[in-house]
Design a protein around this ligand. Structure first.
Ligand SMILES: Cc1ncccc1N[C@@H](C)c1ccc2c(c1)OCCCO2
Length: 116
């Protein structure tokens, strides 16, 4: 049988590849602009109080580099946090709110396609 180690490494590599592929597509999406860097609380009144767990695509990129995601699920939790924070703070029909919905739909579609 395939040794646990070998199986573990392959499984990890495949999942990590999918995370990096998905993050690259999110970062280059035309509607990613509100999510590329951490929200500066000084430039957005109320954000620090309302959004308990800030998250953005550059922080996710750093966490991948530091091997802080054990699986595709923990990566997905942080991507969803970006868009959940967005829905919490922004009206659905605002520019940032609309971008968040577009990006979340795009992420879910691509994740499903890559896992097929
Ligand atoms: C994702 C998100 N949610 C709520 C508020 C902001 C953001 N994104 C940040 C990066 C941002 C986007 C647009 C901005 C902005 C800052 O600076 C204040 C001036 C207007 O332009």
């Amino acid at each position: 049988p395939v040794s646990k180690k070998a199986k573990m490494r392959d499984g990890g590599t495949d999942e990590l590849d999918v995370c990096q592929q998905l993050l690259g597509e999110l970062e280059t999406h035309q509607d990613a602009w509100p999510f590329l860097k951490p929200v500066n609380p000084k430039s957005v009144p109320g954000y620090k109080k309302v959004v308990k767990k800030p998250m953005d695509l550059s922080t996710i990129r750093e966490k991948i580099a530091n091997k802080q995601y054990s699986c595709l699920e923990s990566f997905t939790d942080d991507v969803n946090l970006v868009f959940d924070n967005c829905e919490r703070f922004n009206e659905d029909d605002s520019e940032i709110g609309k971008a968040g919905h577009i990006m979340r739909r795009f992420f879910n579609k691509r994740r499903a396609e890559l896992l097929k």
